[in-house]
Design a protein around this ligand. Structure first.
Ligand code: AMP
Length: 283
């Protein structure tokens, strides 16, 4: 039976009970408007841990754009109905006041990681992500937590948060679940028409194209130009960035070698909706 909990104090009591019964806990933080990508995280957590706690919280401190926050899809009822079919034991759905009753004085700075890609284009975003994930880990005290590769930079940020602060939790990175046309599943896709979703399939197409070019030995700068040209020729999609980076550090690699693990990362706007995606390859 899925239990819906809205208060920190009640969640802490539920966690105490699980701990007393020696049950291991997996945490799946989300912002709701759940789709198959989220559900895959819940299923992985169910396999590894005795109980899964999902959280649904549209975290205002990680939005650098008020319109994006206002337009973020919210489907609480359908989310709860979906989760109740997954075997998830608890869903924590706090209000903004419940989480930020005492507005944090602390600011998190992730060094070079917040001056590249998402950090560069969304000022303050990772401070908000770091704060809320630290809070959720503190409240739910899970043994493990699941995050999607779609937000690869977020995963690297959270990994540093956990290792820099010695937070005792095992982090798991889950593969990207995609639509048939390659479009990475995202709550933001709900804001697109069927036609725009088709168009958004080009994000994955451009990643596949860049992967093919890199495998055939085309130099990075030329691959980047090819991706920028691909989007220039495409009406209705505006590329914000495309980067070829090291999968672990997310830094640019000056010269590539066989065996290098790369992440090809991009952000683009389709009909005013900002989407991100990436593809991980090994040369
Ligand atoms: P969100 O609700 O968008 O903040 O996402 C919650 C978690 O689900 C994050 O760890 C995301 O990386 C992950 N996630 C989002 N989309 C996908 C997807 N298409 N496939 C796998 N995981 C995803």
């Amino acid at each position: 039976m899925l239990k819906v909990i809205r208060r920190k104090s009640i969640l802490k009591e539920a966690v105490d009970e699980f701990r007393k019964s020696n049950l291991s806990i997996g945490l799946v933080p989300t912002m709701g408007a759940l789709h198959k990508g989220h559900i895959s995280l819940i299923e992985m957590s169910n396999m590894h841990y005795d109980v899964t706690i999902a959280t649904i919280f549209v975290n205002p401190t990680q939005f650098n754009n008020t319109e994006d926050l206002a337009k973020y899809p919210r489907n609480e009822e359908t989310d709860i109905a979906l989760l109740s079919k997954t075997g998830c034991r608890v869903v924590f759905i706090p209000s903004v006041d419940e989480i930020y009753a005492n507005p944090p004085l602390i600011t998190l700075n992730f060094g070079y990681l917040e001056h590249i890609m998402e950090g560069k284009h969304r000022s303050g975003h990772f401070n908000g992500v770091g704060l809320v994930v630290a809070k959720l880990l503190g409240i739910a005290r899970p043994d493990g937590a699941y995050f999607g590769q779609k937000d690869l930079q977020q995963f690297r940020i959270i990994s540093r948060l956990v290792s820099d602060l010695d937070i005792p939790v095992q982090l798991h990175l889950a593969p990207i679940v995609r639509e048939e046309n390659g479009l990475a599943m995202s709550s933001r896709n709900e804001r697109l028409t069927a036609e725009q979703r088709q168009l958004a399939g080009n994000l994955y197409k451009s990643l596949s194209l860049s992967s093919d070019l890199l495998f055939s030995g085309v130099p990075q700068q030329e691959v980047k130009l090819a991706v920028y040209d691909f989007f220039k020729a495409l009406d209705g999609v505006d590329l914000e960035y495309f980067e070829i980076v090291d999968f672990e550090t997310l830094e640019n690699i000056p010269s590539l070698n066989e065996g290098d693990q790369l992440a090809l990362c991009l952000a683009a706007y389709v009909a005013g909706v900002r989407l991100i995606d990436n593809l991980v390859i090994e040369l």
